[in-house]
Design a protein around this ligand. Structure first.
Ligand code: PAU
Ligand code: NA
Length: 619
């Protein structure tokens, strides 16, 4: 990229950037020295289960909103129009379902890792398979997250790419290792604010420099960037209302329902109500985040309408262009380029730190603790810290892989979520909604799901024929042709792929849903072949009576026949007995006092049932 860009970064900018890193480190240090000083895994990994909903909700957004979204979404809008914005529709169910299905089940089981659920519901083997799959997902995803801002900063300031990758990884590893989950959540809060501020600054300056809101609107309208609702049912069409609004729900479920990084935040909430509330609060903020990055793409289009700078840049990478646009807008305004770089790094750091901490948690809770039950608390905490640090180093290696991929970063991230997150969602759904599913079915389902996911995912790399044709980059070109011709052009479907090729061109927005259903289907088939689970063998509290709720119009005895309904409410008192029932406890010591209050407990029970909590929990 143009080396003259380097002059855009002044002393003020370096100071702002340095303040971000220093503030993050300071928060880490604060939580290393205050409270319980991170001497227990309960504090280091679970924030003492004492968090309020506001920090938790901001932290929930931060987990999967990285520099990838900040750079990738404007690039997507610039090239293909605003269709992607319809993913916002999926946030409704994509957050309501986690709040009312996944949170109640997981919170009441008082697990510390989401994968502990899999053992309670199925077996140790399923838990380990789930954990390993999650580790793969996060390690690959982290690579993209670390690489993206470093690549951007390199483009803008000429900073050494790998030096930046190393610095990000190290700073993040340090504060995550020192301050535990409390530091991770509070740095997320601070970093989310910086992220919004940076995007807002670019948009405001950009709109002003392009000639005001109406001028921006006129250009994007004439440039045909405002997309209508595309109701094309073709599943190979990359972005339509169906792929984004419906396929997106499954993507959201895999991220906000069962991903350890998020589950850990729900579990760190002081009460279940706070956890549900924080999930609700994600909705407006996530819509804001989406709106800001989409608008940024529109302003960028208005700016370059008529002159595509990709020739000047010597690269057709939209990701690089977004950075070029930002620096072009912000030049001559000392401090703002620094704020934007801080915004990118905030987004990245908040994601990477969540990943480190959640990876350390699952490795500790799922892979180490069950096999070394006698390990002392101080040794376990030390080991958790060492784990957080080693994942930091591993992610540097993964950054290098991303560097070699060369796809648009947004697509890479969404594909990873779908290919690896989708099967995990399927595994949890199989357990929660289908009482008949057994452990063999779960393992077979997950294995098949992952195999099919990678088959399609890798196949798609060699079949780049999905509807990803960019719109013309230039709005004058459109003005000169008649609308009729243009409409005809955009409706042309490339010769439809057939057979296996058609299978490979499945839109990546369907990956989560498709892979989730594969796991459920294969899981059920194998379960029925090998002998379905009996009601009395299922651990109470691990089933969400979905079928019972869906079939609420049927008479009671028919429902009983169809599905062994263990309503969530009635499981409450039995789950309180779990430490006694299951020899393996939740690894953090069972603490009755921070469970549900008696009053809350009663509200979940059917009328006329009085919970005998005291009596049953005498362990
Ligand atoms: C995960 C979603 C879809 C949630 O809106 C969005 O934040 C996104 O597109 N993220 C891309 C991945 C990333 O930013 O790292
Ligand atoms: Na983030």
């Amino acid at each position: 990229m143009d080396p003259s860009n380097q002059k855009h970064f002044t002393v003020v900018d370096y100071v702002i950037f340095a303040v971000l890193l220093a503030a993050s480190m300071a928060i880490g240090l604060y939580y290393a020295l205050s409270g319980g000083r991170q001497r227990t895994t309960q504090e280091f990994l679970m924030a003492d289960r004492s968090m309020h909903c506001l920090p938790v909700s901001l932290s929930l957004i931060a987990s999967f909103q990285s520099a990838v979204a900040i750079i990738g979404v404007p690039g997507e809008i610039y090239t293909h129009g605003t269709q992607y914005w319809f993913i916002g529709c999926s946030y409704i169910l994509g957050l309501l379902i986690p709040a009312h299905v996944f949170i109640p089940v997981l919170y009441r089981l008082r697990v510390s890792s989401a994968y502990q659920y899999l053992e309670l519901r199925f077996s140790k083997a399923v838990r380990i398979c789930g954990t390993l799959t999650f580790i793969c997902q996060m390690v690959i995803y982290m690579g993209v997250c670390v690489y993206t801002p470093a690549f951007a900063l390199n483009a803008v300031t000429g900073f050494e790419l790998w030096g930046t990758v190393l610095a990000t990884g190290l700073v993040c590893t340090l504060y995550t290792t020192m301050g535990g989950l409390k530091a991770v959540i509070w740095t997320d809060v601070f970093q989310t604010v910086v992220m919004f501020a940076g995007q807002l600054a670019v948009i405001m300056v950009g709109v002003q420099r392009t000639g005001g809101v109406s001028e921006v609107w006129r250009k994007v309208w004439e440039g045909n960037r405002i997309s209508g609702l595309d109701l094309n049912p073709d599943p190979t069409e990359r972005h339509t209302f169906w792929t984004l609004g419906v396929g997106g729900i499954f993507l959201m479920l895999s991220l906000y329902g069962v991903n350890q990084a998020q589950v850990q935040r729900y579990l760190s909430s002081r009460t279940e109500k706070e956890a549900v509330r924080s999930c609700y609060m994600v909705f407006p903020s996530l819509q804001l985040a989406l709106a800001l990055s989409c608008v940024m793409g529109l302003v960028m289009f208005a700016r370059y309408c008529g002159e595509d700078p990709s020739d000047k840049l010597g690269t057709s990478s939209r990701d690089a262009m977004v950075i070029y646009f930002v620096m072009d807008m912000l030049q001559g305004l000392p401090g703002l380029p620094g704020l934007f770089v801080a915004c990118l790094f905030s987004a990245a750091l908040s994601t990477i730190s969540s990943a480190f901490n959640s990876l350390a948690t699952v490795t500790m809770e799922d892979l180490i603790k069950p096999y070394f039950p006698a390990m002392s608390e101080s040794r376990a905490t030390l080991l958790s810290k060492a784990l957080a640090a080693s994942y930091g180093l591993l992610c540097l290696a993964m950054a290098y892989l991303t560097h070699l991929m060369g796809d648009s970063v947004l697509q890479v991230a969404l594909k990873i979520f779908g290919m690896v997150g989708g099967p995990i969602l399927g595994l949890f759904s199989l357990g929660m909604f289908f009482p008949w599913a057994n452990s063999t079915g779960a393992v077979a389902g997950l294995g098949t799901g992952l195999a099919v996911a990678f088959w399609v995912g890798i196949g798609s790399i060699f079949t780049r024929s999905s509807g990803a044709r960019p719109l013309p980059p230039d709005c004058t070109a459109i003005l000169n042709t008649t609308t009729a011709i243009h409409t005809a052009l955009s409706n042309v479907t490339l010769s439809r792929p057939t057979g296996l090729k058609r299978f490979y061109s499945l839109s990546y927005m369907w990956y989560s849903a498709f892979n989730c259903f594969t796991v459920i289907l294969i899981g059920l088939i194998i379960s029925f072949l090998t002998g379905p689970m009996k009601e009395e063998d299922v651990t109470p509290g691990t089933i969400y009576p979905l079928l019972g709720k869906l079939l609420c119009f049927l008479p009671e005895h028919l429902k009983k026949k169809l599905c062994c309904v263990t309503p969530l409410g009635q499981t409450l008192s039995s789950h309180q007995m779990q430490p006694a029932q299951h020899k393996e406890n939740n690894g953090l010591g069972f603490q009755q006092e921070d469970g549900l209050s008696q009053e809350e407990a009663e509200s979940f029970l059917p009328d006329g049932h009085t919970p005998s909590v005291e009596h049953e929990t005498t362990v």
